[in-house]
Design a protein around this ligand. Structure first.
Ligand code: F6R
Length: 606
């Protein structure tokens, strides 16, 4: 969480920082600020405010800023409310910094170094600025080393020292920082989105290493002062794939990109009609040697795991659990060297998932991750990685990352089923063939989006909404319900239809909107009985139904007919239809769809 940018070079820094902050705003949008190093004035000036980057831009536009070195921050509040004073950067004496992460022992530091009287904000970050200033005697490296040795918690700091003009310092623990040097100068950021408009080459700053950005060079040293060569990586994202491409919101653009994103993700992993992970370096033994599987993930990524769990149970017959990463290691899970742990994450930086992965590795488990952002922390720390090729996902609500995760899981399940003898080669081929149809099927549902918009208009005023389904439909509705609540602020809950009568049906009153999914033929009749039960209590029902199952149900219910696929693939069109529903409700209500309140795209605090 929190977006960070730093630049030193020959160009005017103001526009570079503000443009980058707009791109990074999805990481946090409570407040924004920049600090610029005015070499001639020999001082560091700060401009910051509570609110959006556009508010900061309005402030900066009234100032004459000519500096060519500076740092910027967009905040997701953790310690201290949302106000101008708590906005970053923070300045103490000669030190100005921005921070992403949480310093857990900030109270002890205030007491131990008697900092109470100098602090002007309620943030843990300013305490570190004060501590750095306390240790600073003209040698930045020494002050940084002494300071970080006192810190407990996670951090990415980007620091300016007033008497070191044109130089930016950085150090991190867990929270990410990537850096690069290109013809415009040297720069760093909390993530690649801010850098890829300048270059495709970058490196991930290793933990507990001091990074120095000079106008024409980058210096990386370990805490003993030894020079370290940065390990350069390259990214294949293009600038235009990080823009809105004419759509009003990133969420819409990203939903529309799903067919291509899935094509890119599965192609290259299918050889002679069968799943093949040779190009990813994932050996078959990973899938044959394990006795159980455990998925660790959060939010939408965890919901992708639930779909995989249903598939693995029915197709491969291997025990599989899906754990909320934030709960995982505190629940003493049974994990050993016979467990295959699969971490799923769009960003690859979610700290709960990263910590769960580290825990699993300590227990001897083999770890595979399904990740969208190349070179991210979880990817780096996993034994094996299967990247999704969704491209940059900017909207806070995840869409294309989810469906590409599902597509990877479908390949993994087919591979496992075949390797473990549950599927013949012929069955696996037929399964893969159906997966290859997914992109064109999604194109059909995306073309049908006007019909879903009509349904969305009917629920704009709803306070509560329920989603009901069985089996795979229930797993998809959990995600559909999360999507709706996070972008539309309608209270939405998904229930397994059979559970309704055990309590939740008490919530159904006249005109309560209920979205029911019916895509699984073998449980359809049971599902329809449950739908009748809520209809009898006056609920206003919309069925998202597989076309082949619709029959004459339109006489009784409002229907959204979903293009036909084999049942286990219906997760794809159903998910996209539910994403569209959430999107239209939010945009019709006039909300900032891409930046729902209180949320951030990358969650790097526990
Ligand atoms: C919801 C959403 C979140 C993320 C969750 C995990 O739309 O995006 O629930 O899925 O925060 O994030 P990643 O996948 O980056 O680990």
């Amino acid at each position: 969480m929190c977006g960070i940018i730093g630049y030193t070079g020959s160009n005017c820094v103001k526009d570079i920082l503000l443009d980058a902050l707009s791109l990074l705003e999805y990481r946090g949008y409570d407040s924004a600020g920049i600090a610029v190093n005015e070499e001639e004035k020999k001082k560091t000036e700060i401009f910051k405010c509570a609110g959006r980057v556009s508010d900061l831009k309005a402030i900066c536009d009234t100032k004459q800023i000519t500096a060519t070195c500076g740092i910027g921050h967009t905040r997701w509040a953790t310690h201290g409310g949302v106000n101008d004073g708590n906005a970053h950067p923070h300045q103490q004496g000669k030190v100005t910094l921005v921070h992403n992460g949480i310093i857990e022992n900030y109270r002890e530091l205030i007491a131990d170094y008697d900092l109470q009287d100098v602090l002007r904000s309620e943030t843990d970050s300013e305490v570190v600025a004060a501590l750095l200033n306390h240790f600073y005697q003209g040698n930045p490296g020494e002050a940084i080393r002494k300071t970080v040795s006192k810190l407990k918690g996670t951090f990415a700091f980007v620091i300016l020292f007033e008497d070191q003009p044109g130089v930016i310092y950085s150090i991190r623990n867990v929270s990410p920082i990537v850096a690069t040097i290109c013809k415009e100068g040297a720069m760093l950021a909390s993530d690649l989105t801010a850098l890829c408009r300048f270059t495709n080459e970058y490196f991930v700053v290793p933990e507990y290493h001091i990074l120095e950005l000079h106008k024409d060079c980058i210096l990386l040293t370990d805490l003993q002062g030894q020079k370290v060569e940065p390990q350069m990586l390259s990214v294949d994202w293009e600038l235009n794939s990080a823009g809105k491409n004419g759509y009003p919101f990133y969420m819409e653009k990203e939903m529309m990109e799903q067919p291509d994103a899935i094509r890119r993700t599965i192609e290259g992993r299918i050889m002679n009609g069968l799943p093949d992970f040779t190009g990813d370096g994932v050996p078959d033994e990973l899938f044959t040697n394990c006795e159980r599987i455990c998925v660790v993930a959060c939010g939408t990524a965890m919901h992708a795991g639930l779909v995989a769990q249903a598939l693995v149970k029915s197709m491969v017959h291997v025990p599989m659990e899906v754990e909320l990463a934030s709960e995982f290691m505190y629940s003493d899970p049974v994990i050993d060297e016979k467990t295959l742990v699969i971490a799923v994450s769009q960003s690859g930086e979610t700290i709960d998932t990263l910590e769960a992965l580290r825990y699993a590795k300590r227990q001897g488990a083999k770890c595979l991750s399904i990740i969208n952002v190349k070179g991210s922390s979880i990817a780096r720390e996993s034994d094996y990685v299967l990247y999704t090729s969704a491209g940059p996902e900017i909207a806070v609500a995840s869409t294309k990352a989810y469906t590409t995760q599902l597509s990877v899981f479908h390949l993994v399940v087919a591979k496992m089923a075949m390797l473990r003898g549950a599927y013949t080669e012929k069955q696996a081929k037929a399964f893969v063939q159906e997966l290859q149809r997914v992109p064109e099927v999604l194109e059909t549902i995306l073309e049908q989006r006007k019909d879903i918009h009509v349904i969305a208009k009917k629920i704009l005023e709803a306070k509560d909404l329920f989603m009901i389904g069985r089996g795979l439909d229930y797993s998809i509705l959990l995600e559909g319900s999360l999507k709706l609540k996070e972008v539309s602020y309608i209270h939405s809950e998904a229930y397994a239809s059979g559970e309704l009568k055990h309590g939740p049906i008490a919530l159904i009153t006249r005109n309560t909107p209920v979205v029911a999914a019916v895509t699984q033929e073998k449980i359809m009749s049971k599902e329809l009985s449950n739908i009748k039960e809520v209809k009898s209590r006056g609920a206003d029902i919309v069925l998202f139904i597989k076309k082949a199952l619709a029959g004459d149900l339109h006489q009784e219910y409002q229907l959204i007919e979903l293009p036909d696929m084999q049942d286990v693939f219906m997760v794809f069109p159903t998910s996209v239809a539910l994403q569209l529903l959430a999107y239209y409700v939010s945009s019709d209500k006039g909300f900032d769809v891409d930046k729902p309140r209180n949320l951030a795209k990358v969650v790097t605090v526990e």
